[in-house]
Design a protein around this ligand. Sequence first.
Ligand SMILES: NC(=O)c1ccc[n+]([C@@H]2O[C@H](COP(=O)([O-])OP(=O)(O)OC[C@H]3O[C@@H](n4cnc5c(N)ncnc54)[C@H](O)[C@@H]3O)[C@@H](O)[C@H]2O)c1
Length: 347
Amino acid sequence: MYRLPIKALIPGIFLLISSFSQKYPPVKFLSEKDRKRILITGGAGFVGSHLTDKLMMDGHEVTVVDNFFTGRKRNVEHWIGHENFELINHDVVEPLYIEVDQIYHLASPASPPNYMYNPIKTLKTNTIGTLNMLGLAKRVGARLLLASTSEVYGDPEVHPQNEEYWGHVNPIGPRACYDEGERVTETMCFAYLEQEGVEVRVARIFNTFGSRMHMKDGRVVSNFILQALQGEPLTVRPLLLALLLFLSLGNPEEHTILEFAELIRSLVVSRSQIQFLPEGQDDPQRRQPDIRKAKMMLGWEPVVPLEEGLNKTIQYFSRELEHQANNQYIPKPKAARQKKGQPRQHN
Ligand SMILES: NC(=O)c1ccc[n+]([C@@H]2O[C@H](COP(=O)([O-])OP(=O)(O)OC[C@H]3O[C@@H](n4cnc5c(N)ncnc54)[C@H](O)[C@@H]3O)[C@@H](O)[C@H]2O)c1
C-alpha cells in the first residue's frame, strides 16, 4: 500500500479547515454580556433575511422562525450550521416557548396578492401570531419590535403621513385583512406596554424593494422589473398616473408610477410597452412618509439612492430568472399507455 508522509497532508488539512471557517460571512465576536439572543419571526422573508444577516454579522445569536409561506430557506441558507444561528419551521399562530432577549416580529405576508390569497389566515397571523409573540415577550422579559406598515394609513387624506396621523382605512375592503390586521397588532403592542410593561417598538415600513424580495410580490417595482426583463408590457393603473406618488425604502422622495415604469424600462434596457389597467379597489392614491421623527430620534435616513437600489434589485431578479431557467423540471416523455393484449398504436 502507498503511504503519504504526515507532513505532505498538513497543507491539505489546513485548506480543509480554512474552507470550513470561510463558509460563513464574517461575524464579529461579542462577549457574553453584549451578545443577545434574538428571535426573528418571518426571518426567511425579504426584510427578515437582511435583518438576520445584520444581526448575525454583529455577533448575536439569531433564531429565525418561519412557516415559509412567502419566505424561503434559500434566503438564510448561508447561515445554516453556524453556531450562532438556528432556523425553526414554525407557524406563529401556534405558541412558541423559547428563551430570548429580543424579538423582531416580522411574520406576516406583506404584498397584496399574498395577503389576499387567504384573508382569514392573514388575520390569524396578525392577531393570534402577534398575541403569541407579545405573550412570549412578557414571559421572558424580552423587548419586541413590530414591523408594521404604511398600510395602517389606508388611502391617506393627509400628506406626508407622520406618526400622529390615524389613517383612512376601509374596514371591509379587500385590503382590510392586512390593513386592519396590522392596525390591531399596533393596538396589542401598546396594550401590552400599558398593562404589562412589555418594552415594545413599532416601525411603520413604507413600500420597500431589494434583493430577496418575492418575485411574485405583485407590487409595482417587482412587477415592472419582471415585466421589463421578460419583454412583457409594463402594466400601470391609469387613474393614478397623474396622482399616485410612490416612494421607496421609506424615502420621502416622490415619483409617479409612470416615472417608475419609464425608469425601470430604461435601466433594464427593455423594449416593453407601457399598458394601462383599470384601478384596483381601495388602492391608495398617494403615500409619502414624514421621516422627521425617525431622523431626530434615531438619526435614521435613507442612504441607498433610488437608481442604485433599482439596479441591485434588477440584478437579483435577473439571477433568479436564470436560476429558475436552469433548474426547471422538464418531465420525461411518458411511453404511450398500452392496454393488455392490444398491439401498440403508431401514428
Ligand atoms: N416589504 C415591504 O415593503 C413592507 C412594507 C411594510 C411592512 N412590511 C412588513 O415587514 C414584514 C416583512 O415583510 P417582507 O417584505 O419581508 O415580507 P415577506 O413576505 O418576504 O416576509 C414575511 C415572512 O413571514 C413569514 N410568515 C408569514 N406568515 C407566517 C406565519 N403565520 N408564521 C410564521 N412565518 C410566517 C413568511 O414565510 C415570510 O418569510 C411584514 O410584517 C410586513 O408586514 C414590509
